[in-house]
Design a protein around this ligand. Structure first.
Ligand SMILES: C[S@@+](CC[C@H](N)C(=O)[O-])C[C@H]1O[C@@H](n2cnc3c(N)ncnc32)[C@H](O)[C@@H]1O
Length: 243
């Protein structure tokens, strides 16, 4: 469905049918997913500028034009994690022969195993950037224990980047979207902004804090999408302080 929203060709009739139902409720979804990818790009460039050279991208999605390893720099080590066999097959086909990149069949709901596997490629005693972009809203249970496991494994000076569907901004549409995803393979749970900010517990949000996607460190001040229709995604980047 995400690939269809992005205008890609890696989708099936069932994906397209479910995505069309979401588009009937929220016609702005293609803009939102593009803004989400743009946030991911700006966040990775920001993290690289902070000296981060290790990236753990959880919920990678199908490879698109600007992937984390392309933005993170030649020398950066990248671990991609997903639990969707299609995503893993595409990623492996695209990324073979790249010694700095590793693809892991992992599940965010099993963070200890995910960290153990990622730790075979990344040095988790050194700062790392954990990317959780448009994935935590696929966790139906309370995600805070998962976040706590991940943040406690991160070395001081590490970062976490996150985007998450927010039901406060457009409460009227969240139930309809959740219903369509419920019928599809991946149930979807939008959360309130206070719940989303709480996911960064123990970390310090960097400026400008938790904001709508286009407002996070925009590179073009004239770029103001959603002027008439607010997005329903929040995003932010936070840093683990020194002990
Ligand atoms: C909407 S896509 C986001 C892709 C990319 N992070 C981005 O923002 O462009 C969500 C991805 O998370 C994956 N995913 C969902 N639940 C997961 C889980 N429990 N563990 C690992 N991956 C998961 C899906 O397979 C999908 O590829």
């Amino acid at each position: 469905m995400y690939d269809y929203y992005l205008g890609g060709k890696d989708n099936f009739p069932a994906d397209r049918a479910a995505a069309e139902k979401v588009l009937e409720i929220v016609p702005q979804v293609p803009f939102m997913v593009r803004e989400n990818r743009a946030f991911l790009g700006r966040a990775v460039r920001f993290l690289r500028a902070q000296g981060i050279t290790q990236f753990l991208d959880i919920g990678t999605g199908l490879p698109t034009q600007e992937n984390v390893h392309q933005l993170a720099g030649e020398e950066a080590k990248v671990v991609y994690v997903d639990n969707d066999p299609q995503v893993l097959a595409h990623a492996r086909a695209l990324l073979q022969d790249r010694p700095h990149v590793r693809i892991i069949d992992g599940d965010l709901r099993e963070p200890e195993r995910l960290l153990a596997d990622a730790g075979e490629h990344l040095d988790l005693s050194r700062p790392v950037a954990v990317l959780m972009v448009a994935i935590v809203h696929f966790i139906q249970d309370d995600p805070r224990p998962i976040m706590a496991t991940l943040t406690s494994a991160m070395a001081p000076g590490s970062f976490m980047a996150l985007s998450h569907a927010c039901k406060d901004i457009r409460p009227e549409i969240a139930p309809g979207v959740e219903r369509v995803y419920q019928e599809a393979s991946a149930p979807f749970t939008a959360r309130g902004s206070a719940e989303i900010i709480a996911l960064f517990d123990g970390l310090d949000l960097v400026e400008p804090g938790m904001v709508n996607l286009p407002e996070w460190r925009p590179e073009d001040p004239d770029h103001v999408p959603f002027r008439d229709s607010p997005p329903y995604f929040l995003c932010g980047v936070a840093r683990k302080p020194a002990r």
